[in-house]
Design a protein around this ligand. Structure first.
Ligand code: FES
Length: 340
């Protein structure tokens, strides 16, 4: 996966799984790579023996262990009824941390890579009608959702927003799909008639209508702030972040971490993450995104007050102070006691 804001974190939305997952890795081969739009590469992954891959549901993602050693999450964008392969699409982010660059440069037909089994933090839920809103590369899970809703003969509409037409991936696939008539494209550089009229789209905030939003931060902020103002509830708003928020580190202070199982106290310096401070003492907590969006590093908090910096937990979960993401979150109190 790859989405983002200033400090006003929008936590409208629900997640369907809050588990630490460190599952077995699956070896796959890149069987096809196609440029799906400007800067977006579409990859097909299969088992080397062409055997079946674990089943998945629309909205799922895999962790991909990239050739340069980074691990990144990518949503599966093919139909969940296809058991023989997975499809992902990767947006090249020249100023990113190297994940997308490695995917674009190193993943060639025949490349062998390892992935996790699919996980779904962005699942469809039953409802009378679904509104799918995709911004840019956020189209990937939305495409799979559109396929699933079509197969279930369910009512939905699909809005796909990009900066320009050349950045809209999968246009041909959408045009030839059975749901083509439900898709509305909105280009930032297009004329005003085709622009997303967000208030019209969000006018029907009802218990049996569900909103699914995935895209870059500005898009998410825009949609979610409008959703709040239109009365959408957390239970009916489903979101997936792709990249983490930029967070000011100014004013970060050190704090002590007590490991409840051993009683050990470890200092986390102002310029360190909890993960880093632990790793320096030989204690590894599994990580994946290292940005507070995947939940891989979720750790139980037993005492102390957390300064949450993730977009994985809900506002309610932040307030409960029972879990935190040590890859990015810190302490407000002088000490945190964690279940490690
Ligand atoms: Fe992804 Fe911490 S590693 S939330």
């Amino acid at each position: 996966m790859h989405c983002q804001t200033g400090l006003g974190v929008l936590q409208l939305g629900t997640k369907t799984e809050k588990l630490k997952v460190t599952g077995d890795l699956i070896e796959v081969v890149v069987t096809r790579r196609v440029l799906a739009a400007t800067d977006i590469m579409n990859f097909e992954l299969r088992r080397p023996d062409n055997g079946a891959l674990p089943a998945f549901t629309a909205g799922s993602h895999i962790d991909l262990h990239l050739p340069n050693g980074l691990v990144r999450q990518y949503s599966l964008c093919n139909s969940s009824s296809h058991s023989g392969y997975y499809e992902i699409a990767v947006l090249l982010e020249p100023d990113g941390r190297g994940g997308s660059k490695s995917a674009h440069e190193d993943l060639l037909p025949g490349s062998i890579v390892r992935i996790t089994a699919p996980r779904n933090l962005f699942a469809l839920v039953p409802g009378r009608h679904s509104i799918l809103l995709a911004g840019g590369i956020g189209v990937t899970p939305i495409l799979s959702m559109a396929d699933a809703l079509t197969s279930a003969d369910a009512s939905f509409e699909f809005h796909y927003c990009t900066r320009s037409e050349d950045r809209a991936a999968f246009r041909e696939r959408i045009a030839s799909s059975p749901f083509a008539s439900r898709v509305r494209f909105h280009f930032d550089d297009g004329d005003s008639r085709q622009k997303l009229q967000i208030r019209d789209v969000l006018s029907e905030a009802r218990d049996d209508v569900h909103l699914y939003v995935c895209g870059p931060t500005g898009f998410m902020d825009y949609v979610l702030s409008n959703a709040r103002e239109c009365g959408w509830s957390e239970a009916n708003t489903h979101i997936e972040f792709f990249t983490a928020q930029e967070m000011s580190r100014t004013g970060d202070a050190g704090f002590d971490l007590k490991l409840a199982r051993s009683g050990r106290i470890i200092r986390v310096e102002a310029d360190q993450t909890v993960i880093k401070a632990l790793a320096l003492r030989g204690i590894d907590i599994p990580v994946s995104c290292e940005q507070g969006i995947c939940g891989t590093c979720l750790t139980e908090v037993l005492e102390g007050e957390v300064e949450h910096r993730d977009q994985f937990l809900t506002e309610e979960e932040h307030t409960s102070n029972k879990l935190f993401t040590p890859c990015c979150s810190r302490a407000k109190s002088p000490m945190l006691v964690i279940d490690v």
